[in-house]
Design a protein around this ligand. Structure first.
Ligand SMILES: [Fe+2]
Length: 563
């Protein structure tokens, strides 16, 4: 891996090593014609509301409503009014209000619409400068007894790498309660450094507040992104690329202080733009890096969202002592590996998570988080001289094993605390699809010794669903599934691995089971409306391990989509 060189031409092809190390430099060669394709046109040209509308962070009585105003000429202040109704025609108005925006917040508008009813669909619209916005549709989360949650889970939406066809398909689904975005909502790279399907704005890597705002604005002008945001509320966390690749509390792989300045200043700039441009509610206005929070989705599920990058994460390990087909691998005996002080979460967030897992009355405990929790090992490159198995990505939880074991210990329970059943980990980050049973040592087949039985699932303490990217590249060369098959051979806890497809996960939750469906688009090289159901796995109440499942039916009579 390594920071893309600004003067080097874009490379073609993504090596396996680059993928697993999450390099920012790889790129898939796209037909030159692709670059000539126009962006999908917005439904209507609306210069004042050219960035669309969005909603997010729904609670039982409130939801964030978002837009951005583009006045015809610069103004020190712009008045914006809004209306919230229970019908798509905006006839049954339940709330009206007004707000002001200004250049100090990049003309973005964020309303925390309160006084709403639980589990209810609403429609909303903004007005300013003599224009009206598109009508948005949103939904509060339910309270009390709850029988169903249906949501899309996305990550790694890279504008430069291709079209957000997955977003467009999600926008068409009228029966979703929300969209969960697990991070890499945008990418920081300059033009041609990580994807060449669409030019970046600005053309250089984003570092300053002006840069981050401009990149957010470009993403929010995307027609497919606008369509998704217009129809569904979003619950989002950031991963690393919202600021810079492979970030941690005090720096990032893709941050060079000598040329890009102070890391803390860059984080502050990136976060200011993030909070301006995303439909999210700050957890702590005095510490914007803090972003862990939970959503009690009635008594059915807790959506426990984690912050794993800039609030506390220790720097990734760099020691690499064993060659594997995926690059330098790590052994548990490497320096730093056993350091209990290293964590992606930090002790405060770890304690908060443990406490919520133990105390929530919800049936399902769903962790929305950034990097793969399940172990991932590869064999030594020369099995004759080095027959071991090694971790291959120090940015995942594999690089923080003592911290991961503390989470496992909380799930497993002890003399003072009962075991926590029904934990479902939801993950993005690695541009590929995985379903895993979770065990502290799945390579040990002796369940009596705390190991894992890959045939029965015995020993599994929880499950993980990893969703593929909206557009960022995976190991696209694995068209035969040979690499995926080899990884499953060495890692018995994975029930499904696909390294080549783009799309999203559809999560269907009821008190009896959680089903994850993987849906794939046919291409990101051009706008396309083709999607395919690939596979589904589920975990049944109390079982804590995966079994094959099937496509779930759509809900009957969902609320009308916004016009
Ligand atoms: Fe990503």
């Amino acid at each position: 891996m390594g920071r893309p060189n600004q003067v080097k031409p874009a490379r073609t092809g993504t090596s396996r090593r680059e993928f697993f190390k999450r390099s920012g430099a790889g790129t898939v060669a796209l037909a030159a014609a692709t670059q000539l394709l126009p962006q999908v046109a917005a439904a209507a040209v609306n210069s004042v509301f050219q960035h669309g509308v969005a909603s997010g962070d729904p609670l039982t009585d409130r939801v964030i409503l978002w837009t951005r105003v583009t006045p015809p000429s610069a103004k020190s202040a712009v008045s914006v009014s809004y209306v919230v109704a229970t019908d798509a025609a905006l006839a049954q108005v339940v709330q009206r209000g007004s707000s002001k925006t200004n250049p100090g917040r990049d003309y973005t508008v964020k309303i925390d619409a309160t006084g709403l009813r639980p589990g209810t669909t609403y429609y909303y619209q903004f007005s300013a400068e003599g224009a009206t916005s598109p009508v948005g549709r949103t939904k509060t989360i339910p309270a009390g007894s709850t029988q169903s949650l249906r949501m899309a889970v996305v990550s790694c939406s890279n504008h430069a790498y291709g079209y957000f066809n997955a977003y467009a398909r999600i926008a068409e689904r009228a029966d979703l309660d929300l969209v969960m975005h697990l991070g890499d909502y945008l990418y920081e790279y300059g033009n041609g450094q990580y994807g060449t399907a669409r030019a970046t704005e600005p053309t250089h890597e984003i570092v300053s507040l002006t840069d981050y705002r401009m990149r957010h604005a470009q993403y929010k002008r995307d027609a497919d992104s606008q369509a998704m945001h217009r129809q569904h509320p979003m619950v989002a966390i950031w991963d690393d690329h919202e600021i810079a690749n492979d970030s941690y509390k005090t720096g990032a792989q893709n941050h060079q202080p000598a040329t890009e300045g102070d890391w803390a200043a860059r984080v502050a700039a990136g976060l200011q733009a993030y909070y301006e441009w995303m439909p999210v509610r700050p957890v702590d206005t005095t510490n914007l890096r803090k972003n862990n929070r939970f959503y009690a989705y009635g008594d059915l599920a807790d959506l426990i969202m984690l912050e794993e990058r800039i609030s506390a994460r220790s720097q990734q390990l760099t020691a690499a002592t064993h060659a594997t087909p995926f690059g330098a691998g790590f052994a548990t005996t490497d320096p730093g590996y056993a350091d209990a002080g290293r964590s992606p979460l930090g002790s405060e967030q770890e304690d908060w998570l443990t406490s919520r897992l133990r105390s929530t009355p919800a049936r399902w405990k769903m962790l929305g988080q950034g990097v793969m929790f399940a172990q991932l090992k590869a064999p030594g490159a020369n099995q004759t001289t080095d027959p071991g198995l090694y971790f291959i990505n120090s940015d995942q939880w594999d690089g923080y094993e003592p911290a991961r074991n503390r989470i496992y210990a909380a799930i497993k329970g002890d003399n003072a605390h009962p075991a926590v059943d029904n934990v479902v980990v939801l993950t993005g980050d690695i541009h590929s699809s995985w379903a895993a049973d979770l065990n502290p040592n799945p390579y040990n087949p002796v369940t009596a010794a705390g190991g894992y039985n890959k045939t029965t699932g015995e020993g599994s303490l929880a499950v993980e669903f990893v969703g593929t990217s909206v557009s960022s590249p995976g190991v696209d060369s694995d068209t035969t599934g040979q690499i995926a098959g080899a990884l499953r051979f060495y890692n018995p806890h994975f029930k499904y691995i696909n390294l080549t497809r783009r799309g999203y996960m559809l999560l269907d939750v009821n008190p009896q089971r959680v089903v994850s469906e993987w849906w794939y688009v046919d291409t990101v090289a051009s706008p396309s409306n083709i999607q395919t159901f690939a596979v589904a796995f589920e975990v049944q109440h109390g079982s804590n391990h995966l079994v094959p499942s099937a496509q779930t039916p759509s809900r009957a009579n969902p609320p009308l989509l916004a016009p």
